[in-house]
Design a protein around this ligand. Structure first.
Ligand code: HEC
Ligand code: HEC
Ligand code: HEC
Ligand code: HEC
Ligand code: HEC
Ligand code: HEC
Length: 630
């Protein structure tokens, strides 16, 4: 069994590297080890480990459905391996997720603190439940190795009895959360590229997961057969590929139909990163597999069959990556750069996959997953009392090989640690996102971070027509200024800021003040002010009597820490809109959606038209007011 051992050696090396990367991630945090940022908080791990992983595991429920629900008994012989793949796939998803979560030790929170409005809540619960179901579905394979232990064989009996309900439950849970991973992205029409964002994203996710499930079974079966020099189930895999043809055609119609009906067709033929990724994804997912699976001559050759299935697997994993992070628009429009995972991110993902594969081989060798022996096995045959006579055991790995594997693992671990540079160890801190002036005239285009997604704010209308006092919004001024614009103090798009700047007041480049201008001689630690905002405000007003605009009534600062620009806007605008709606029944009739996101943010239907107005080149000479605000 040379092939399999060489392959395992590689996996152990990857695992060693991943362990070093994983330790670094947990000691020094996400900011230090990944290329993720505030603008791209979801990257490779979510795209590949979680969304790709869940989709890759779809083979389990697809084969189980064929086998037990549709009564296609010919799939029986591959169902154990498919369920094992799904089970290990889900374990890998959970392990991968632990690396991505900021506070992984809080992962149990969703069990107790329910937020039923969140799609992630559903995904989390489904993953948890389905993992349990898969565990119970696979358990009999492990238990049947111990037929002499009374308790275990009793459990085995019970589990075999409830197999059908388990399978049904598993299919239900899979259906729910394969699709709700898509629902998750329904909330971000402004972030996701229009070729991917769609109201039927859940359906697209579900259909593609079934396609992927079929192809994954083919890939998994042929790979392990190759590695163990075993005849693969040519007949069954051929059948699967023929079923896949119909599904792929359906998927193709679904994707293009959706894009054209939504009016996103113009994006199909653009010279842009998103468009290239789209065609690459579709070629891999649909075109290559379809050509191979439809032409019998190609389909009958194992090499081509494998190529077709592998291409499909890559294609749909690329789809999840695209949705999960690669095509989020802000990455591109903002700085012209796009997110690419760091080598630590990549190696941790590779490590998780390697771990799952090694576990897969372990189960294949020590439990009866296959019903037919490979041609040559050089390891000692396992003498286990045969409980289930249809299946075979291959036997454990030889000691000499185990020594080799451990050695490779340790060396790889050490080398990777040496390669992790200081750069990864010192955190990058938070990304600052400076904010800029609003532009326009009577209607302002508020687009603080200049990312092309702004809000049309009818400024004059609020002042003149609704008669809102200037000071209701312009609540604080900089010294010697009037109507100071919000961005001067709320000066980061997403982070809080400091409107006082203690050290600037004392520095020579700043106000150049002596400590004692503010602090008493005997108390030079600032304790007389600490936390006492009334005293601090009084102090500020001593030097800046123009800090508060004349029409502001309560002249006390609550704090000098400013909200982020986005929060300041939302708190001001949405709160007032809500209050007015609650107070004014006429307004409730004429503008029921005043406090909804869509009142201020462009709607998906207007998105592509307005997007053009907001492009980088246009935005500085922006003059047009879209019709809805005129
Ligand atoms: C009353 C108007 C209003 C409403 C309602 C509103 N927003 Fe905003 N929102 C704004 C303004 C103004 C900004 C600042 C825009 C900018 O500078 O690009 C903003 C910014 C944002 C940003 C940051 C944009 C960026 O460029 O990073 C997000 C995200 C956002 N809003 C989401 C929402 C969501 C979700 C809702 C509904 C729950 C909502 N908003 C409702 C006015 C509104
Ligand atoms: C409903 C809230 C609101 C009211 C009322 C309001 N403003 Fe503004 N104003 C804003 C916002 C938001 C901006 C954009 C500031 C930014 O992006 O930093 C702004 C910007 C400005 C600007 C700079 C933009 C420009 O047009 O050059 C001036 C000047 C200004 N306001 C003056 C006034 C005056 C004077 C009044 C009273 C008649 C007033 N505002 C009433 C919210 C308001
Ligand atoms: C001179 C600096 C300065 C300017 C200019 C400024 N703010 Fe603020 N803002 C602050 C500070 C400091 C606070 C916190 C102190 C407080 O709430 O009294 C704050 C708080 C807020 C809050 C939270 C209030 C609350 O009840 O918690 C909102 C909303 C807000 N600002 C919106 C705006 C908007 C909109 C503008 C522009 C029209 C603006 N600010 C201009 C400094 C400023
Ligand atoms: C413009 C007035 C002003 C000047 C000048 C000034 N301080 Fe302060 N200082 C304050 C205020 C107001 C606080 C309270 C801050 C708070 O509670 O958040 C403070 C707080 C402090 C604190 C406590 C910090 C903390 O974390 O609670 C120390 C220490 C301090 N100042 C030292 C100094 C020293 C030393 C100088 C001279 C180099 C100086 N200050 C100059 C206004 C001033
Ligand atoms: C002892 C006098 C003194 C006190 C007290 C004082 N400042 Fe100042 N402040 C100054 C001087 C001097 C300047 C610089 C000249 C100017 O713009 O007036 C300044 C400038 C500023 C500026 C403009 C800085 C900029 O970024 O351009 C702000 C905002 C400000 N102070 C806020 C505050 C706040 C908030 C407090 C209360 C916590 C405060 N100051 C207390 C003297 C003072
Ligand atoms: C103090 C209250 C108040 C604040 C603050 C406020 N608005 Fe409004 N806004 C209103 C009211 C009331 C209306 C509806 C007026 C009407 O049509 O009778 C309105 C209407 C609107 C409309 C719809 C205009 C139309 O023609 O349908 C937009 C857009 C809007 N506001 C955006 C904003 C944004 C953005 C902000 C924050 C920068 C903001 N508003 C802050 C009270 C407020």
């Amino acid at each position: 069994m040379e092939r399999i051992n060489k392959f395992k050696l590689v996996l152990w090396i990857i695992l060693g590297i991943a362990l070093a990367a994983g330790i670094t991630r947990f000691i020094f945090g996400l900011g230090a080890t990944t290329n993720l940022s505030d603008t791209t908080p979801w990257g490779f791990w979510i795209g590949f480990d979680v969304m790709g992983g869940v989709a890759l595991a779809a083979g389990g429920f697809v084969i189980a459905a064929f086998n037990y629900i549709f009564g296609r008994k010919e799939f029986h012989s591959i169902s154990r391996a498919a369920i094992l793949t799904a089970f290990l796939g889900y374990v890998a998803v959970v392990i991968g997720l632990l690396f991505d979560l900021g506070l992984p030790w809080n992962i149990w929170h969703m069990i107790i603190f329910w937020n039923p409005h969140s799609p992630l809540f559903e995904v989390g619960w489904c993953v948890m439940l389905y993992l349990t179901v898969l565990f119970l579905e696979f358990m009999p394979v492990v238990l049947e190795r111990f037929p002499n232990l009374h308790l275990l064989s009793k459990i085995h009996k019970v589990l075999t009895k409830i197999r059908i309900p388990l399978v049904v439950l598993g299919i239900m849970l899979s259906t729910l959360h394969q699709s709700s991973l898509g629902s998750l992205f329904l909330t971000m029409p402004y972030r996701l590229h229009p070729l991917w964002w769609s109201p039927i994203l859940p359906v697209i996710f579900f259909v593609s997961a079934i396609c992927l499930g079929l192809m994954m079974v083919i890939v998994e079966n042929m790979t392990s057969s190759y590695l163990y020099k075993r005849e693969f189930e040519e007949n069954i895999l051929g059948k699967l590929s023929r079923i896949a043809v119909y599904l792929l055609l359906f998927y193709l119609v679904l994707r293009f139909g959706d894009i054209i009906i939504r009016g996103a067709g113009i994006f199909l033929f653009q010279a842009s990163w998103g468009t290239y990724l789209f065609w690459l994804e579709l070629a891999l997912t649909v075109f290559i597999p379809l050509i191979i699976f439809i032409i019998p001559k190609l389909r009958k050759q194992p090499n081509f069959l494998y190529l077709g299935a592998l291409s499909g697997v890559f294609g749909i994993v690329l789809n999840r990556l695209n949705v999960g992070g690669l095509t989020h628009l802000t990455n591109l429009t903002k700085s012209g750069s796009f997110y690419f995972p760091s080598w630590l991110e990549l190696s941790i993902s590779a490590g998780v996959v390697s771990l799952a594969m090694l576990a897969f081989f372990y189960f294949i060798e020590n439990y009866s997953v296959w019903d037919e022996k490979p041609k040559d096995i050089d390891s000692e045959p396992l003498t286990v009392p045969k409980f289930n006579t249809n299946y075979v055991y291959l036997g454990p790995t030889k000691t000499a090989n185990r020594v080799k594997f451990s050695f490779a693992f340790v060396i790889a671990f050490g080398l990777a640690f040496a390669l992790i540079s200081g750069k990864h160890i010192y955190s990058k801190g938070f990304d600052k996102t400076p904010v800029y002036k609003a532009r326009g005239g009577d209607t302002l285009l508020i687009d603080g971070n200049r990312n092309g997604y702004g809000v049309m704010f009818p400024h004059k209308f609020h002042g003149d027509s609704i008669k809102i006092a200037c000071g209701k919004c312009h609540h604080l001024n900089k010294p010697k200024d009037k109507n100071t614009q919000c961005f001067e103090c709320h000066n980061d798009m997403y982070l809080t800021g400091d409107a006082f700047r203690h050290d600037w007041h004392t520095s020579a480049q700043g106000a150049n003040l002596n400590c004692f201008e503010c602090h008493k001689h005997n108390v030079n630690k600032g304790e007389e002010f600490r936390g006492n905002m009334a005293a601090i405000t009084k102090l500020c007003l001593k030097c800046h009597n123009d800090l508060f605009p004349a029409d502001v009534k309560v002249k006390i600062l609550k704090t000098y820490v400013t909200l982020s620009y986005t929060d300041a806007m939302h708190k001001l605008c949405i709160n007032c809109h809500k209050e007015r709606l609650a107070a004014d029944s006429l307004l409730r009739k004429s503008k029921p959606g005043l406090a909804l996101c869509s009142n201020c943010h462009p709607k998906p239907a207007q998105y592509s038209a307005e997007h053009k107005l907001f492009t980088k080149q246009n935005v500085n000479k922006w003059v047009v007011v879209p019709p809805r605000l005129k």
